[in-house]
Write a protein that binds this ligand. Sequence first.
Ligand code: SAM
Length: 333
Amino acid sequence: MGTARLTDSYGRVIHDLRVSVTDRCNYKCVYCRTGEEGPQYPDLAIDDYLRMIRLFVGLGITKVRLTGGEPLLRRGLIDLVRELGGLRTLTGEPLDLALTTNGHLLDSLAGPLKSAGLNRVTVSMDAVDERTFERITRVSGSFRAVLGGIRAARAAGLTPVKINCVLLRGFNDDQVEAFARFARQEEVIVRFIEFMPLEEGRLWSPEIVVPLREIVERIGRVLTLRELPPNEASETARRYTFADGAGEIGIIAPVTQAFCGACSRVRLTSDGKIRTCLFSQVEHDLYGRMRAGSTDAELQQYIYRTVQQKEARHHIGEPGFLKPSRSMVHIGG
Ligand code: SAM
């Protein structure tokens, strides 16, 4: 397909692929999972993910983020990272290779992942207070494990380490100021994310979302913030540093300040379906076509056509909003 860039029908260049390698997870975060449902979709062979990712890279994807479920549970992950490390973009560069994890198993895996070619990790962490954290994850010992994982990631050079924190009013919004200090102490970038209606149960309401404006105001009361310019046009986070320039926090506000106009992403679920938006009502069965014997060229045509169907934007909070059939843990966050 030449070196044409993958562009959707709104002119957005799609260069970012998120791949879920399993929908199993070892945490049961209260705002994400009911605690009663396990994995719902099959994992594919590592070679199948590799072939599909290769097809996307051949169409112009430059950044691949592995996720789940919990990707560190996935056997063969290091091999997959090593193979991806060998791929080149259309302009001959290595891929930008990142991983999103809950960090529970990162202490021992950070070094091997870095050696295999991973560039960066994002660790999800919703409280810096041990008891609050373990109330959220519903796993005892999780706080120490994750803290150890974050430190191991920094030591291994999987930097900058980003920490993603989903804030929910009445659950963990008392952690905002402590997280700002944590960012400076641990030399990590903490990013607060507005809660989206993607949970397994029914918890979401506009009132439970802690909006960007409120987070900035609250941190600003204890530490002076200075807004930073975006790194790239499709940057999802509004970035801030502190008065002395040491440390960074970010706020990702898909609900109150949606960034769909600059979206550069597509997703591949653990069972090989393409999702063009977190809130898509339809999925596109790439793996099914692959298993049925389509050639690489046919599959790339299919990806190209699918990307043309990417939604203009999501409709969170609007009348008639429909929650997608899969929740975040089964899509790949
Ligand atoms: N297990 C990995 C992890 O913990 O990062 C990857 C999967 S997890 C579903 C990815 C991210 O989605 C986590 O940061 C989690 O907090 C976030 N998440 C889950 N449900 C969410 C929701 N309803 N709104 C916003 N973020 C959500």
